[in-house]
Write a new protein. Structure first.
Length: 147
């Protein structure tokens, strides 16, 4: 039985830019490391696998992203502008306490909203942005305490 979600893996070309983006949102860099050797080859089923990994976590310690840059084999390109309704993993959503402040900070760093900030009934405000390399990052602010 599943006990918890350990992390979500995200493959990027510019590991430093991806780390800077998520740390800029308030995530904490837990560490970086090169990963290679027979153990990872056997786990993944690819001989000669070499990658660099950065693990970032949410401030509460419950959510993690494993940011990965592959050195061998070279990462396969996919559409970084894929729409939110494309097949596959499309977005990561973070809960925030001040969505307007997050949006202001993102805009100051040149990040644009994909749509707009929208309030759903009296419960949440949401928005989507494109992070580094087309990663869709969503934010939700809870407006009232839910039961």
């Amino acid at each position: 039985m599943i006990e918890r979600l350990e992390n979500v893996g995200v493959v990027v070309e510019d590991l430093d830019a991806a780390v800077a983006f998520f740390v800029g949102l308030g995530m904490v860099l837990e560490g970086t490391a090169p990963v290679e050797g027979s153990w990872v080859d056997r786990v993944v089923g690819i001989d000669g696998l070499k990658l660099d990994v950065a693990m970032v976590r949410t401030p509460d310690g419950h959510g993690r992203l494993e940011l990965m840059r592959f050195r061998a084999p070279v990462a396969v390109d996919c559409r970084p502008d894929a729409p939110v309704y494309a097949l596959g993993l499309r977005r990561v959503l973070f809960g925030v306490t001040d969505l307007d402040g997050v949006v202001s900070d993102l805009r100051a760093r040149g990040v644009q909203l994909m749509g707009e900030v929208v309030q759903y009934e009296d419960s949440h405000k949401f928005c989507y942005v494109r992070g580094p390399e087309g990663i869709i990052v969503a934010f939700a602010e809870r407006l009232e305490q839910l039961g």
